[in-house]
Ligand binder design. Sequence first.
Ligand SMILES: [Zn+2]
Length: 118
Amino acid sequence: MSLSKHQRIFTLNVSKLIAYAYDNGIELTFGEAYRTREQQFLYVQAGKSKTMSSNHLRRLAVDFNFFINGNLTYQWSEIKSIGDYWESLHPKNRWGGDWNKNDIKDGFIDTPHFEMNI
Ligand SMILES: [Zn+2]
């Protein structure tokens, strides 16, 4: 399957994620979706990212800000349910809050980040 086809599936699934979040009392605003190589390089230089192969560079990742009862939150336990929903939408979907897949929060946690890893 082409990159473009994966990108279109990803975008459709993001729309489902947004609807699911709102249905479950979590409002969203967008962070980054597509990211240029130049911007990624700045993040790596600044220590905000460790990789130049981010799925944001392939239009296969999006970051969200979460609001519950009007309050901004990135708390793992409050976001976990929509992370699980995201991963149920496609076998290649990954949530940044669950890089470890073991419910033990001992690794890099990126709760705002939802991606399709092809
Ligand atoms: Zn991200």
